[in-house]
Design a protein. Sequence first.
Lengths: 176, 362
Amino acid sequence: VEAVIPTGLSNPPESAVAIREDGLLERSWGFIDTTKANAHIFIEELTKLVAERFGSPSTVVEKMRPGVGISDGEEELLFKNGGPVLAVFGDCGTSASFSVRDAARMERRGIPSAAVLSSPFVAGGHELAMSLGVPELPIIEIPHPLAALSIDDVRSRAAHAMDVIESVFARADVTV
Amino acid sequence: MVQAPMVEPSTSLTLSDTVTEAIEEMYQLGWTDGLPVVPPEKGLVGRFLEAAGLDGSHQMPPVPPLMRSTTLEQWAANIVMAGALPAYVPAVLAAMTAVLEPDAGLFSSQTATNPSTPVLFYNGPVINALDMNGGGNCMGPDNRANLTIGRAVRLILRNIGGEKPGLNDPSTHGQAGKISFCFAENEDESPWEPWHVAQGLQATDSTVTALMGNAPQSIFAYGCTNAEELLGYLLANFSARGHMNVLFDPGPLLVLSPEHAHILAREGYSRSSLQQTLFDRSRIEIAALPEPAIKALRTRRVRWFELHGDTPYVGIADRPEDIYVIVAGGAGIHSVFVSTSFCHRPVTKTFDLAGAVPKLPI
């Protein structure tokens, strides 16, 4: 029998990720704090490493709660900031999906961005990024869980992730 | 920037003529919720649309999280697959108009680890017209309209919205309601006016109301013979830690059994005075929560603190009217507490049983 396909059509990729220019890492980094437990510790460690490695300052935007996107004002602040943007972190469904949405939103403004997600949410994050027109949005995978870790363990996870974070922002040739 | 090549995609494919084989093929294609589905044969889908007087080429609004481009024919395919009848089409489309309202919070619900899903309840003439169940087992088995309308909505959210377990549906446990969570209010046995009338609509309006609910908690009020005893049971559930409405600001849905509703009404409670009492007396002690939860309360329940100041507790809702009370179920001393998350309010939509295309949000 001829059957109607009930799944709809995926949106085709429509935009490239932002160009990773030389000197990007030396600009002021932007962090989106999802307000999940321990996210601020993770960010604190990353800002310290960013200062140590690149001499760069950081701007942190703290969302009202994990299940909302950044506001227009926060987007503008991060845009004017000029440096790479990291959404940190998604370790549950909505914190992950909104991290991807926030990072994709910044990419579409031309700001190199990435979302930091714990392992169970990475596959869905990639599919969501595709639907948002940024199929190559970098997603930094970190082990799950994070909420019940000690402060030292959170810092260690952040330090471990830093090399990957640096690599997704360091390439000057990333385009779709 | 490289654009994907524009290729006219196919909207149909060939399934086996043997029903059992077609069912297996649909499992392989990833079209099912885990239960067998009816093959959406093109002619059958067309008959559903024709019966409802609808044009299958109508472009439909994007459904989160994946926001794909779809036609009404593809939505109708999911209605067929759910095992629904053509007469149910307007009720399904009306439910979709409700869940797609921004206030319904669908994107968050679709991508959450909590077991949130649209809870749908119907009021008005649609209940008898479609033989919906607001009595015994209204949230359980046996009633075709309840189950397949709810399942059709869920299949649209899954197949078109892309809310698939393991991908964009990371729910920790899920719940049975993520297959179907749809019932009618028991208007005939309620001591109060129906929900939709209380919202300012006419009794003759057919309506669907959607809000994002979690797994239902049965409240077994054994031995309660008066309102005060029953309120004690309800308040103990509302004041417990761990349910969604500690941190999420829409209020809970309380589905009272007719027996419980009549105990309360007999002692003078109206729906609104019951809401007020439940609001006044449900108390969740803030100091009993862990520090990250206390911090989260300050942003997630910001309206509570704006309205009520720096209290040592939070209520189950920010305002009395945010405790949503309906009557459903059959005989028995059980009521149901459904905590909610992500939605900002219940969204109620009227619809035409004759099948005019409901106005869909774009």
